[in-house]
Design a protein around this ligand. Structure first.
Ligand code: DP6
Length: 378
């Protein structure tokens, strides 16, 4: 090992969902989205990237084209282990795109500054682990690609934390090409993915809306309703929606743009009632759009719908209880049946006890697992 760097990145849960691509190679979304990055304790990926010397030392004073050839040769020897199992990186595809972008950025730095250690021509060994089961149906690709991009950019000293010139938003453009939602996991707190207009994706990146510290009182509760990895994968599902759903068009043209504004101001003002309303309505609009797809995509199951009913009733009773009581909790569902609930700290015990009450057969460890989880610090 010539040099090694490690990074971890948490899962993020969208409150305004990304669903649809206008460019499937560059991963350019049909709409903006917004998420909350969770803390590192429960759901995160931990990735180490090492530049390794496998063969003879490189010649001193090599030419630029020889260095390009060396980088190409190294690429063919890059290797990845995911949760202990070696995965094929391949000569194209999302992983290759991310690694190539970062290696090219490092080669550029090495070309411009003769004093910089030459490591871009060395193969990479990447070792990544999640602290949650990949099969849990929770967004492992978001934390996985974010940790991968951050660890390689640290190894190559590209990000500003390691003395480089690339901002976190600039790196989010690379993570985006691994998995769209991954671009949001490079920031903590409340994060928007600005879809962008440029055809080359240069303005399609993540921006932090507010730090975690801004709204410490907000908690997330992850309800693993089913840990089976089944159903329509999001990448395939969203393309089917783009091809067949008329409802997606209204989501793109006004539902999401208006909601992005309202939820951003709800976050800025720490207005939980407004935040909850927008979060639940966007989840429902997203699942309605899935249902409008042909053939339809069903992600929610009976338990998911019971959770929706419970939270809706809870919020209604609070509304009836009098002025200013506001929403107790908000639910949101990604491309699967698992619920994520958001609630102010004072409401968490009530929400947990009602879930215990109404799901008496639930095993709180498996398969119905509840992980009270705080969004992480910035
Ligand atoms: C429902 O980011 O997994 O979770 O870009 O094809 O890798 P790809 O898709 P992915 O889709 C996530 C969809 C979602 C909503 C969201 O996280 O915004």
């Amino acid at each position: 090992i010539k040099r090694i760097a490690t990074a971890s990145a948490p899962v993020n849960i969208a409150v305004v969902k990304y669903w649809g691509k206008k460019d499937t190679k560059l991963i350019l979304p049909t709409n903006d989205s917004l998420s909350v990055t969770l803390d590192q304790d429960h759901l995160r990926s931990l990735t180490s990237s090492a530049a390794v010397e496998v063969e003879e030392e490189e010649e001193q004073g090599e030419s630029a084209s020889a260095s390009a050839a060396a980088a190409a040769a190294a690429a063919s020897k890059d290797r990845l282990w995911l949760n202990g199992v070696e995965e094929e990186i391949g000569s194209e595809g999302r992983l290759r795109t991310c690694i190539d972008e970062l290696r090219n950025a490092r080669r550029k730095v090495e070309g411009e500054d003769g004093g910089v250690e030459k490591i871009a021509h060395l193969p990479l060994h990447i070792v990544s682990e999640n602290n949650f089961p990949t099969a849990a149906g929770l967004a492992s690709s978001a934390s996985g690609f974010a940790a991968l991009v951050w660890s390689i950019s640290s190894l190559y000293q590209l990000n500003s934390d390691s003395g480089g010139h690339l901002s976190t938003s600039a790196l989010s453009r690379v993570a985006r090409q691994g998995s769209g939602s991954a671009c949001r996991s490079l920031f903590g707190g409340f994060v928007a993915w600005q879809g962008g207009e440029a055809k080359d994706g240069s303005d399609s990146l993540a921006l932090q809306v507010a730090e975690r510290e801004h709204w410490k009182d907000l908690h997330a509760i992850i309800c693993v309703i089913s840990d089976a990895k089944k159903g329509t994968p999001s990448t395939a599902g969203m393309q089917r929606t783009v091809q067949t759903s008329a409802a997606l068009q209204s989501r793109i043209s006004h539902v999401v743009p208006e909601r992005m504004q309202r939820i951003t101001s709800a976050i800025k003002q720490r207005d939980f009632d407004a935040f909850a309303k927008e979060t639940m309505r966007d989840s429902n609009n997203f699942h309605a759009t899935c249902l409008d797809t042909s053939p339809p995509i069903f992600y929610l199951n009976d338990t998911s719908r019971l959770v929706i009913q419970l939270v809706e009733e809870l919020n209604r009773s609070s509304e009836q209880a009098g002025a200013g009581a506001g929403a107790i909790a908000a639910y949101t569902f990604d491309a699967g049946p698992n619920a994520v609930l958001y609630a102010p700290e004072k409401n968490v015990p009530l929400v947990l006890s009602l879930i215990r009450h109404y799901f008496p057969n639930a095993d709180f460890d498996d398969p119905f697992k509840l992980l009270p989880s705080l969004p992480r610090d910035g």
